[in-house]
Design a protein around this ligand. Structure first.
Ligand code: HEC
Length: 123
């Protein structure tokens, strides 16, 4: 009986808290889109890049601002966009620290390019 109550309350806890998590995630998205109504911002929300990236603070991955500053002086812009957008789709590691970026196979090459161009404008 105690076990049943335990499992029941655990289930109830998850049911009650799940909408809170969903709400927290969509608030975050709302904030981002409010600031910036561009295609890039919409893709950022649609592809859930916010799970690891923020505009100005380091989260799990580097901030958009840090990425944009780092590559600001890169000579050949088009190959930079190609390289970074391939990394967005396939994932990769070693440029910013020990954490790898997972692959994002649901992101099309066009969306990845649009996202990277948007990120590189972020400062
Ligand atoms: C699960 C976490 C996670 C998600 C989701 C994620 N990233 Fe990343 N991203 C990272 C980490 C960690 C790094 C740093 C990787 C490294 O050190 O090379 C990174 C690095 C990057 C870089 C810089 C790469 C470089 O070589 O300098 C770009 C651009 C980027 N992410 C874009 C995106 C975009 C766009 C999305 C959404 C489609 C996305 N990321 C989703 C974790 C994530």
């Amino acid at each position: 009986m105690a076990r049943f109550i335990y499992i029941f309350s655990l289930g109830l806890g998850i049911l009650v808290s799940a909408p809170l998590f969903v709400q927290a995630a969509s608030n975050e998205s709302a904030v981002q889109v409010e600031k910036d109504n561009s295609v890039g911002a919409k893709l950022y929300v649609a592809h859930k890049c916010y799970e690891c990236h923020r505009a100005e603070e380091h989260h799990i991955g580097p901030s958009w601002q840090a990425i944009s500053l780092r590559y600001a002086n890169e000579e050949d812009g088009s190959s930079l966009v190609e390289r970074l957008s391939t990394k967005v789709i396939k994932g990769g590691y070693g440029a910013w620290g020990i954490l790898p970026m997972n692959s994002n196979p649901g992101v099309s090459p066009e969306d990845a390019r649009a996202l990277v161009e948007w990120v590189l404008e972020a400062n």
